[in-house]
Structure formats: structure tokens, C-alpha cells
Design a protein around this ligand. Structure first.
Ligand code: MSP
Length: 663
């Protein structure tokens, strides 16, 4: 059985509230751990707060508060944020915890005993914002390489003999080539160490807010020596019961960090541990940095984006999905509100949500009364086998991607199965089978889709735990219950219970019309893109004027040329790759349902249209939509309020039979 996995996030500075960058690291760590949980591994997710150092000391002072009072105001915001974002850490370590400080001092003493700590004097530059020492040659235009200000420091200081560790570190990297990931980052770390390591100043006398150095209370321990220790202090040290079980060599430990703090994790922390004779963690994954709508987040730009309002507006799972899908894990990327909405509509609402709705509320509910009996399925044909194959390819690719810490690729794999399912439904046209009374055929289609979606729910659970659970519930499947020693990853086709019953529920990913999107964007203070901007309120009179001018007079016989008919919408589904088009199957009194493509997807969800009676022009020449490989046989009549942007399809206010001609 595989070893237990501990995933750690960086512990965050509490000089402000959590922002989306912090959320990104925590969500990614939670996703990695949930995947391992599904595979039956014992797991542990650790996060916390970095509460010492000059940055916090100064921020508190600026607010006229003691550091303790300042922290008490801010720390709860971190705990709450992770909970609201669906992250479930097993422990939340604070560097002000007594258990933590005890371990830091113990680690210090072990390094002293190893002869790796000595008293000296430090003279050089310090950036409080980075909590980092810099030499003259590090500075760029008189500032830290991060662009942050530096100040001159000259004080007595304890040093760690980092210079002794260049060779052992390089040997370690050689022996453990995936210690740092992605690979390119390993090369950067090696190059840095090969460039030579200088001893590291690890105590401050000019700072009071920290852990006092054992036997030298006028010094406090440098905030990074203090902070890095959290990974072990939270486990009670390497020899405690938990530490022995979870830390190397019995457990695997993965530190997830932003790329800017890789050096601390891949060079300094291993060196401290080597000195203390403690095994090193298994690996460090450095992810990229995110800009916001193209801009760097900074105090000066005042654009720290808080994650909770986004989660409140779109749902925490949607935010998790977007962050994991839109940014390639390990690379830099941009967070854009607009692309969140675009992905939501294209992949979640149209791709997955509509498929679930089409089968649960549509075909299964309407044709089979919501019940699926596995003993009454029609035969399996080539089309079903294609979905089966797509499922086994997707589940293998998704697992491989998660194993290589690439959640963006894992999602791509899961969604390739969703797309295969949508193609399958389009080809099998279960509504036709239903009309022909082929219940076994309908049941086969539903069974195939639900089995595929069961597998998709497992693949999506690490990223969207709530939605995956809701989706399962819709088909009467219970929640996933990760259990140690039990691998829940989909490996065989056909694990559905013999009888299923759909459960009523709201649409998994409802479509947001223009008004809803505008409301979300303005609530989040984000820019409204031109295509969503309301046309300046046109006075109603001008609209009337326009109507008059554009309507030529008709003779009554001209009117009879237009075949206006009432049609009943049987099926509706968004057209893949289009934000606006919906593909409708309508009963317009013809022998077969006819297909009409209508550009009303921004105003109606597919579900809202099903069972609606609408007025159509039935004798319009067929119109080809080449881009989507589809043809429309008719047009739905609708009116649009130019000022409000609202659109309404036209239909009768009494139940008139489908196919009736308008007169
Ligand atoms: N306290 C240290 C870490 C100590 S770990 C022993 C620290 N804290 S921090 O509050 O500044 O958080 C830094 C982490 O937040 C980054 O490493 C990264 O994980 C995350 N991010 C902060 N801004 C970010 C972006 N703009 N984009 C992505 N992640 C970012 O450093």
C-alpha cells in the first residue's frame, strides 16, 4: 500500500486578509490531497499562519495595536476562507502556538549541537516586505529583486553554516531528481546552489516579535527559520507518534509553494534538516504566479482580490474549477473574471450541466418515470462501446495527470468524456427512441450516460466536491466516501446499482443571462466587457419610430405565404462551441420532430424551453450553420426589449395543440 501523504500549503503572513493568490495555493493543495484520499491513501493537509517577524510587527504598529491583538483580528479570516472554499485542512498551525515555538527552539538546538550555528555580525540589506536579506549584488536599482524597498541593517546575528551544505544538497538533488517540481525549477535551484552558498543570518536583534533564541533572549529567531519549522512542529516533531507516521521515511510529504519562496523550501529548509539529522520532505512543488485581469497584485495597485466574494457570487466549486482549469499548475497565469464566466458557460453549464439535466430531468424522467432498471436495458452497440472506451481513456489520463500534479490536464481528460457523452446523446437521439416506444433503447442510453457521469463525478470530486456530490444525488447515487485502503478511482465499467431513481434538484450549473452576468461582474467590481454592456437606454419612442419605419404594408394574401405554426419544444440543448445557439427539437405537427437552431441561449436555459409552446415560422428555407455542422428548419419568433436587453419567445396563453397554424 502506498505511503501516507501529507500536503502542506505555505503558512501565510497575516499582515492583511487572504487574497486569491493564497486561495490558489490552498485550493491546489486541497485538490492534491483529495485525489490521494480517493485513491485510498491516508492523507493529511496542513495549513496555517506565519505570525512573527518585522512585517507583522510593523503592520500592527501602523494600526496602533499590539501584534497579538492585530493577529486576533486577522487569523480567523484565513480559517474561514479555507472552509468557505471547500478546503478541509487537518491542522492549522500558527507560529505563535506554544507547540510550534517549542519545536523551533529544539530544531535550533540540534543545529547548534551539530556545530552549524555561530555568532557573528550581519551587515547588509533587508527587505521587510520579503522578510529577506540581500547583498549589494542582489539589488536592482537600489531595490530588492522583487522590486520591494530595502533598508540597511547592521547588527549582531547568529549565522547558519549554509556554505557547508552546497555539496550535500547537490548530491541530494542528484539522488532525488523530482525533489523539486516542475523540472525546470529543479534546474534553477541547482544552478543557485552551484553558484555557491554563503552562511545565512538566522537571528535578529533589531526585531522583538519572534521566538527568542535559546540562551540569547536579546535575539529572535529569523522569521524563515521559524516559519519553515511549521511543517514539523504541527506533527509534533519527527519522532512524535504523528510525525513518525507521516514524515519521511514512513510518510510522503509534499510542500506546495509559490515560485518566489522556492529557494527557502528547496535550499534552506533541507539544509536545516540535514544539520539536525532529520529526513528531508519528499518534494516541493512550485506553482506560478497569477496576475489579476492582466495586472500584478500589489499593495500600491490596491488590487488584492479577495476570494470569498467570488465564491459567494459563483459558488466555491466554480471558483475552484476555474483556478484549476484556467491556470496550468506550475506556470504563471492570469485570473480574469470574464474568462471565468466564459468557461462557466462553455464547459460547466453547456457541457456538463446540460448533459445531466437532459438525461435526469429530460429523457429519464419523462420517458421512464425517473427509474432505471438495469435488467431492462436494450442491447449495447458500437456507440455504447465508444463511450465505454472514452471513459477508460479519460479515467486513465485523468489519474496520470493528477499523479504528475497537473490538475488542469486532469480536468481536460474528465471533460473529454463529457464531450463524448454529448456526442453520443446527439447521435442516439433518445427522444426519438421514446417516441417510437423503444423503452429498452432509452434505458440503454440513460444507463450509458449515467455510468459515464458516475465516473466523471469521481474525477471531478477533488476539484468540485460539492457539485460532484450533487450530480451523483441527481441520479440517486450516494456521496463518495473516501476510505483508507480503498481505491475509489473508476477502473471498471458498469458499477451502477441495479436500480436507480433520479432525484429532483435544481440545475447543477444554471445558465446566467446577460443581466445575471452583469450583476455578478458589477458585484465583484470587475469591468463589464463591451458585449455585455447595456445599450444606452433607448427611449421607447425611438424604438416605436423604428418599428414604424421598417414595416412595409402587406396584403392579406402575403401573410398566408408565411407558415406560422405552434410548436412544442421536446428537447433543448446548447450548441457546443456557441454561447448563444440552442438546438431545439420541436413537435410542429410534422411526422418527425424538427430541428430548429435559435440564438436565444443568453436568455433561456435549455430547461426553461422544454415543454414550452412557441410560435415558429415553419416554411423558412433551411439554414445551415456550417461552423457547427447543423441545419435549422425554421425560426422561433421572439421579441426583444432593446432598452432592457430582455428577450421573450412568443407563444399562446392557452394549451393549443402543437402544429396548429396561426391565423
Ligand atoms: N509566510 C511566507 C511563507 C512561509 S512558508 C514556510 C509567505 N507568506 S505569503 O502570505 O506571502 O504567501 C505567499 C504564498 O501565497 C505564495 O508562496 C503563493 O503560494 C501564494 N501567492 C501569493 N500571491 C500569489 C499570486 N499572485 N499568485 C499565486 N500565488 C500567490 O510567503
Amino acid at each position: 500500500m502506498s505511503r501516507p501523504l501529507t500536503v502542506t500549503t505555505p503558512i501565510y503572513y497575516v499582515n492583511g486578509r487572504p487574497h486569491i493568490g493564497h486561495a490558489y495555493s490552498t485550493i491546489a493543495s486541497d485538490v492534491i490531497r483529495r485525489y490521494a484520499q480517493l485513491r485510498g491513501r491516508r492523507t493529511f493537509l496542513l495549513t496555517g499562519t506565519d505570525e512573527h517577524g518585522q512585517k507583522i510587527e510593523r503592520s500592527a504598529k501602523e494600526e496602533g495595536l499590539s501584534p497579538e491583538a492585530f493577529l486576533e483580528r486577522l487569523v480567523p479570516a484565513f480559517r474561514e476562507a479555507w472552509q468557505a472554499l471547500g478546503c478541509a485542512p487537518d491542522d492549522f498551525i500558527r507560529t505563535t502556538d506554544a507547540r510550534h515555538q517549542r519545536f523551533v527552539r529544539a530544531l535550533w538546538k540540534r543545529c547548534v549541537d551539530a556545530g552549524d550555528i555561530y555568532l557573528g555580525a550581519y551587515e547588509g540589506w533587508y527587505s521587510v516586505a520579503d522578510e529577506t536579506f540581500y547583498t549589494d549584488k542582489d539589488l536592482v536599482d537600489g531595490k530588492a529583486p522583487t522590486g520591494r524597498p530595502v533598508e540597511r541593517v547592521k547588527e549582531a546575528s547568529y549565522f547558519f553554516r549554509l556554505s557547508r551544505f552546497a555539496e550535500p544538497l547537490l548530491a541530494y538533488y542528484e539522488a532525488h531528481p523530482s525533489f523539486v517540481r516542475p523540472e525546470g525549477r529543479m534546474n534553477e535551484v541547482k544552478a543557485f546552489v552551484r553558484g555557491g552558498l554563503e552562511d545565512l543570518s538566522i537571528s535578529r536583534t533589531g526585531v522583538r516579535w519572534g521566538v527568542p533564541v535559546p540562551d540569547a533572549p536579546d535575539h529572535v529567531i529569523y522569521v524563515w527559520f521559524d516559519a519553515l519549522s511549521n511543517y514539523l512542529s504541527a506533527l509534533g516533531g519527527p519522532q512524535s507518534e504523528l510525525g513518525a507516521e507521516l514524515w519521511e521515511p514512513r510518510g510522503e510529504v509534499l510542500h506546495v509553494v509559490g515560485k518566489e519562496i522556492l529557494r527557502f523550501h528547496a535550499v534552506y529548509w533541507p539544509a536545516f534538516l540535514m544539520s539536525a539529522g532529520i529526513p528531508l520532505p519528499t518534494g516541493v512543488f512550485a506553482h506560478g504566479w497569477m496576475t489579476i485581469d492582466g495586472q500584478k497584485m500589489s499593495k500600491t495597485a490596491g488590487n488584492f482580490l479577495p476570494p470569498l466574494p467570488i465564491a459567494e457570487a459563483v459558488g466555491s466549486d466554480v471558483l475552484r474549477y476555474h483556478l484549476m482549469r484556467d491556470l496550468a499548475f506550475g506556470q504563471d497565469g492570469d485570473f480574469s473574471h470574464q474568462s471565468l464566466l466564459t468557461r462557466y458557460h462553455g464547459e460547466l453549464a453547456s457541457g456538463l450541466g446540460n448533459l445531466v439535466q437532459r438525461i435526469a430531468a429530460g429523457t429519464l424522467e419523462k420517458s421512464l418515470g425517473g427509474e432505471l432498471d438495469a435488467s431492462r436495458l436494450g442491447p449495447e452497440g458500437a456507440e455504447e462501446r465508444e463511450v465505454r472506451d472514452a471513459a477508460s481513456t479519460a479515467s486513465a489520463a485523468c489519474a496520470a495527470a493528477m499523479d504528475e500534479l497537473a490538475p488542469h490536464k486532469a480536468l481536460e481528460a474528465a471533460f473529454s468524456l463529457v464531450a463524448a457523452c454529448n456526442r453520443y446523446v446527439d447521435r442516439r437521439e433518445p427522444w426519438k427512441l421514446a417516441k417510437a416506444g423503444d423503452e429498452a433503447g432509452v434505458a440503454r442510453v440513460c444507463h450509458t450516460i449515467i455510468e459515464a457521469l458516475r465516473q466523471v463525478s469521481v474525477m471531478l470530486w477533488p476539484i468540485m466536491p460539492e457539485k460532484a456530490t450533487q450530480m451523483r444525488a441527481r441520479f440517486g447515487l450516494g456521496p463518495l466516501l473516501p476510505t483508507e485502503g480503498l481505491d475509489l478511482w473508476p477502473s471498471v465499467w458498469g458499477a451502477l446499482p441495479p436500480r436507480l431513481r433520479t432525484q429532483p434538484g435544481p440545475a447543477l450549473f444554471p445558465r446566467w443571462d446577460d443581466d445575471a452576468q452583469r450583476a455578478i461582474l458589477s458585484r465583484l467590481g470587475a469591468e463589464i466587457p463591451p458585449e455585455l454592456q447595456k445599450q444606452a437606454d433607448k427611449p421607447a419612442a425611438a424604438a416605436k419610430e423604428h418599428a414604424k419605419a421598417s414595416a412595409p404594408a402587406l396584403k392579406i394574401e402575403d401573410l398566408s405565404k408565411v407558415d406560422l405554426r405552434l410548436a412544442l419544444v421536446l428537447e433543448a440543448a446548447p450548441v457546443e462551441g456557441s454561447d448563444k445557439l440552442l438546438e431545439l427539437k420541436v413537435d410542429a405537427g410534422d411526422p418527425e420532430p424538427r430541428t430548429i437552431l435559435a440564438g436565444i441561449g443568453e436568455h433561456y436555459t435549455a430547461e426553461q424551453l422544454i415543454d414550452k409552446r412557441v410560435l415558429i415560422v415553419a416554411n423558412l428555407a433551411p439554414r445551415e450553420f456550417k461552423k457547427f455542422g447543423k441545419t435549422s428548419h425554421g425560426m422561433i419568433l421572439a421579441v426583444k426589449d432593446a432598452a432592457k436587453g430582455a428577450l421573450s419567445v412568443l407563444g399562446p396563453d392557452k394549451e393549443i395543440p402543437a402544429g396548429t397554424r396561426a391565423s
